[in-house]
Design a protein around this ligand. Structure first.
Ligand SMILES: [Zn+2]
Length: 275
């Protein structure tokens, strides 16, 4: 099934999405997971990929086996971090395989990874925060970033593109981006202080483009639009950016959501690896 440039894959109960533009290059394995197809139970049901959420470790590792197996890879290649809503981008490689999953995390404050090494499976996790995957098919470089609202106001998506340019000589015009399922403008309701942070960070974009006043002290912010504009501001052409447009809060059957369920929930992942 295809929607908004994303392809929905369903195999034996497992469901995940890929970006058609990435698939076409034949250069990467990648996905945006849903909660379907894993072995976790209760509030973690079923494909929980969050490692420190109180779920049974064996089940989480089995879930990693399931999704990495479906991609034709293995969980030994996964590189995770301790995500802290920072704007820090780390360059990693195959020597970091297993970080944060099969061995202790060595990256403090890492919310984005870049690499040009094959077999380094960049993995970010979330439950409402915006996942963004990057692929430069010319320089054969990839990145993954976790851009919740705090990451968005720190412009982490733009900083990820910048780092790819600095480290690998990527041209932003060549970079493909995919924004995965996350909290939509329908559900991301905020108060005035958050609005002020966005207005300060997005000095290049009129607030009316992505912030809607919904009454009283309440506003709704479109993080998909905000992140798309950040990527465009970094030089990525609009036509290179795929946006899932699926809201994790609205769709309980498919997604974990922090805003909907609080701490008692699993985590989704976005994964990308050069073949
Ligand atoms: Zn929603």
């Amino acid at each position: 099934m295809k929607m908004n440039g994303m392809i929905r894959h369903e195999t034996g109960g497992l469901e995940y999405f890929t970006a058609e533009s990435f698939d076409k290059t034949g250069l990467v394995r990648h996905c945006f997971t849903t909660r379907k197809g894993g072995v976790s139970e209760g509030c973690f049901s079923s494909l929980n990929l969050g490692v420190n959420r109180g779920d049974d470790t064996e089940r989480v590792l089995k879930n990693y086996d399931i999704i990495f197996g479906a991609l034709g890879s293995s969980k030994e290649k996964a590189i995770l971090s301790k995500q802290t809503h920072s704007d820090t981008v780390w360059e990693v490689g195959t020597s970091d395989q297993g970080n944060g999953l099969l061995r202790a995390n060595r990256f403090e404050n890492a919310d984005a990874f870049i690499t040009r090494e094959r077999g380094a499976a960049l993995t970010v996790f979330m439950a409402d925060c915006v996942p963004i995957l990057f692929l430069d098919p010319v320089k054969r470089a990839i990145a993954a970033c976790h851009s919740g609202w705090r990451g968005t106001v720190q412009r982490i998506g733009e900083k990820t593109v910048l780092k790819m340019t600095e480290r690998f000589g990527c041209r932003p015009a060549d970079i493909l981006c995919a924004i995965g399922p996350s909290i939509g403008p329908c559900c991301f309701e905020v108060d005035v202080p958050v609005v002020k942070e966005f207005e300060a960070a997005f000095d290049f974009l009129p607030p009316s483009e992505y912030i809607k006043h919904t009454g009283g002290e309440k506003y709704h912010i479109d993080l998909w639009r905000a992140n798309t504009e950040l990527l465009k501001h970094a030089g990525v052409p609009k036509e290179n950016i795929t946006v899932s447009g699926e809201c994790t809060v609205c769709n309980e059957e498919l997604y974990f959501s922090h805003r909907r369920d609080g701490d008692r929930r699993g985590s989704l992942s976005a994964i990308i690896e050069l073949i």
